[in-house]
Design a protein. Sequence first.
Length: 94
Amino acid sequence: MEVMETMPRRRRSIQPASEPVATSATITVPRQGNWIEVEAPWNRDFVLAIKSKLVYPDRQWNPEKQRWLVKRDKQAQVEDLLRDYYEHVDTILA
């Protein structure tokens, strides 16, 4: 009887990519209001990270605009997350 060795499965972690994905993201900061908009191409790891780092009242998904809404006081935190997963991050004052 022949015994076959199996490769152990790799566990996925919510760690920033060693190299950011070659895409860009945009943060739109309105002059008034409590929410900023985050527009970024789909990245599974970024979605997992934003969900784990920002609690629900501080972030929500807008399915109509396909953008994240994040409380204004969390802007620095979301910018850091975006830099971990995207090559270029623009901030627009609207």
